[in-house]
Design a protein around this ligand. Sequence first.
Ligand code: THU
Length: 162
Amino acid sequence: MIEIRKESRLEQYTSVTELSVNDAQLLEKAKQALQGSYAPYSKFNVGCALLLANGKTITGSNQENIAYPSGLCAERVAVFYAGSQFPNVPIIAMAITAHAKTFTIEQPVMSCGACLQSISEYERRQGEPIRVILQGETGPIYIANGLHHFMPFMFWQQELHS
Ligand code: THU
């Protein structure tokens, strides 16, 4: 038996003023994207902003539906849009934030497993890590250099890509 270990690393910052201009701007765009959220059922708004290698910023927000599983998370709204409009343009960075109607979100909100799986495939395709910037409404900012820090063992079928 051998043990397989993978390390996850997150940087934590206490204020937006500690971030680079690019990271701070992307986080601000994620906050603006909250305005497009349609979340009448969960009352939990999520905003996402992507910086693409061509300099464009793409934003997305969660879109819910009365048939609950039919909705989609903010991250996948943004990444699928980027993938369809700019198929071969790498995603450099992704900022995510959230707002809840009934309480203040004081911690960064991590992407769900389905988003991590979906976006990890784009990361694998482009061969470069996607920088992930997370903040709640207040509180610390987490930054990770790649989605593998959140999902070290993604689902993958080698034979489909050989
Ligand atoms: N949500 C996201 O937009 N991103 C995630 O990574 C997790 C959850 C959305 C889905 C739903 O509209 C609301 O947050 C509450 O789960």
